[in-house]
Design a protein around this ligand. Structure first.
Ligand code: FBP
Length: 273
């Protein structure tokens, strides 16, 4: 499908890699995620910064795309609109479900280049999220739009059997399940080592696997190092939220991340440039 291929290229450079900024935290975690860098609660402010630093793509929910999507007009930056989420206001047992909050048509009207949805593999609500993803993907694919799966193993059975959600056997399983469902891009957790992440990439059988950033590291070099490991493992880049917007001046780190991702530079070298 040429539409899917063309739109994927709005995120991935010729090298097949991308750095994407994630900005759905005001919904998924709540505005307190922005407490330390409150000026970034205004999506225009942070989006201007990440675009200026050369980011490849931006991921947001439909409402923020309506508010600040015009910041991307005329820029070579892919727009990914995520169509599922959850708040942390709901009862904790329900945190294992993401619900649909918008439709493929909404994303298209906003000028999206891709749509995204989460599946918490292993959740008691896994079936509902699979159906949601299948509906979104079937419709988006018909119209030539790529679909990104945030493939996150999560749930009591996983903790019981594997000890943690980042165990590579479950992350690999989630990535494989996403590929089997027809995802065009997969975002998932770091598994703790290059060797294990390489297995996740292999299990995805050619569907690009991107790192889900995670909590801010106090030393930016640690995060650069993590992304470098992802690239060395065959990963296709990273989708990063807190490690970007929780820093007052994220441009320096973004530029260094782009050097690691697109120029194969090691973390120290990239940080010095
Ligand atoms: P981060 O880089 O801040 O982890 O952002 C990536 C992301 O997937 C966001 O899109 C989402 O809001 C957040 O992580 C969810 O994190 P979690 O469910 O692990 O708390």
């Amino acid at each position: 499908n040429i539409g899917i291929k063309r739109r994927l290229r709005r995120f991935f450079r010729k090298d097949g890699r991308a750095l994407i900024f994630a900005m759905d935290h005001g919904f998924e975690h709540g505005p307190t995620d922005f407490e330390e860098t409150w000026e970034h609660i205004n999506p225009r402010v942070i989006i201007r910064k990440v675009v200026r630093a050369g980011i490849d793509g931006v991921m947001m929910l439909p409402g923020i795309a309506r508010i600040a999507g015009d910041e991307l007009i005329g820029k070579e930056v892919g727009l990914m609109v995520k169509l599922t989420s959850k708040t942390e206001l709901r009862p904790k047992e329900e945190w294992l479900m993401q619900d649909q909050l918008g439709f493929v048509e909404d994303a298209i009207k906003l000028g999206a280049d891709a749509v995204a949805a989460t599946v918490y593999w292993g959740s008691p609500y896994e079936g509902a999220m699979m159906r949601q993803f299948a509906e979104i993907a079937s419709y988006a694919h018909d119209l030539g739009y790529p679909v990104v799966q945030f493939a996150y193993p999560r749930g009591p059975y996983i903790n019981e059997k594997y000890g943690k959600k980042e165990d590579y056997r479950v992350v690999m399983y989630g990535a494989r399940a996403a590929a089997e469902m027809g995802a065009d891009m997969i975002k998932t957790y770091w598994t703790g080592s290059r060797e294990t992440f390489a297995k996740v990439v292999e299990a995805a059988s050619g569907v690009p696997v991107l790192l889900s950033g995670g909590a801010k590291t106090s030393n930016p070099l640690d995060f650069l190092n993590l992304v470098w490991e992802v690239i060395e493992a065959g990963g296709s880049g990273a989708v990063v939220g807190r490690n970007i917007f929780q820093r007052k001046n994220p441009e320096t780190l973004i530029r260094a991340l782009l050097r690691v991702i697109h120029r194969n530079e090691g973390p120290e070298e990239a940080a010095k440039a």
